[in-house]
Design a protein around this ligand. Structure first.
Ligand code: ADP
Ligand code: ADP
Length: 237
């Protein structure tokens, strides 16, 4: 009932390579779930399944079901723009648009509707405040997003998602371009965001998973071999 995502019997192939093997899992609303496991085990692939980013890769075939709020997102008539609005994603390297800070934030809301200038201002303040950038950036909104530090760029990328009111935030190694202090600060931000959003984070950093997540999935060679409360997974002998 409080599950926002349910995966049933999911298999994914890249050509003939079996990258995800009969995955069954549910993700609880407003929790942070970490996906961990060795490099190449399928963590990013599983994350991309959740907003159909895999559709952009040639030769992918998928069977099984992924239900989000009860809807199978692999139905033929799924609106991918709506899906990716609801299920936003940030990546290892921050990838703001090479536009102004202002345009990075208003791009999504403008794509999804015809907001008035007044509404855009509200979205701008709300989104930047949520990632603690408003005070810093309010006087430089016309500067290029590329002039920001990596940490600011990553926060801006999160703000850009929040601007379209998502439900789920997918984070693929979001701290790997950041120094240790910025990493801890981004983790703190995740703890704030999870009060409103559901977060799924891929990390190769076990300590990070232990610090931020309530649930952890441990993957090996395309299998989800363990999935449950983080405390149970990390105390297993
Ligand atoms: P992880 O995120 O755990 O490092 P990935 O999901 O990136 O793992 O990759 C899982 C497996 O699928 C790896 O063996 C990888 O080489 C393979 N793979 C990933 N992307 C592609 C692709 N676009 N085409 C073919 N194989 C891929
Ligand atoms: P804003 O109006 O920009 O949201 P806040 O009052 O929330 O500002 O925070 C002021 C400053 O404190 C920010 O510019 C930021 O540097 C810092 N800060 C507050 N909370 C956090 C956090 N969770 N992570 C990192 N920095 C934070």
């Amino acid at each position: 009932p409080n599950d926002i995502i349910t995966i049933r019997h999911l298999d994914l192939y890249y050509g003939s390579f079996h990258a995800l093997k009969n995955i069954d899992a549910s993700f609880v609303r407003q929790r942070i779930t970490a996906l961990i496991g060795p490099s190449g085990c399928g963590k990013s692939t599983l994350l991309r399944v959740l907003n159909r980013m895999n559709d952009l890769i040639d030769g992918v075939s998928i069977t099984g079901q992924v239900l989000i709020d009860g809807d199978n997102i692999y139905r033929r008539d799924t609106n991918l723009i709506q899906l990716r609005k609801k299920v936003g994603m940030v990546f290892q390297r921050p990838n703001p648009f090479p536009l102004s800070i202002y345009d990075n934030i208003v791009y999504g809301p403008t794509l999804h509707g015809r907001p008035h200038k007044k509404e855009l201002e509200e979205i701008l303040v709300r989104s930047l405040e949520a990632v603690h950038l408003w005070q810093e950036l309010r006087d430089r909104l016309q500067q290029s997003a590329l002039s920001l530090t990596e940490e600011q760029q990553q926060r801006l990328c999160i703000a850009r998602l929040l601007a379209v009111e998502p439900e789920i935030l997918l984070m693929d190694e979001p701290c790997s371009a950041l120094d240790p202090l910025a990493t801890l600060q981004l983790e703190e931000l995740m703890q704030e965001l999870v009060k409103e959003y559901t977060i799924i984070i891929v990390t190769h950093n076990m300590q990070q998973a232990a610090r931020v997540s309530t649930d952890t999935g441990f993957m090996l060679l395309g299998d989800l071999v363990e999935f449950g409360p983080t405390s149970a997974i990390f105390t297993r002998p």
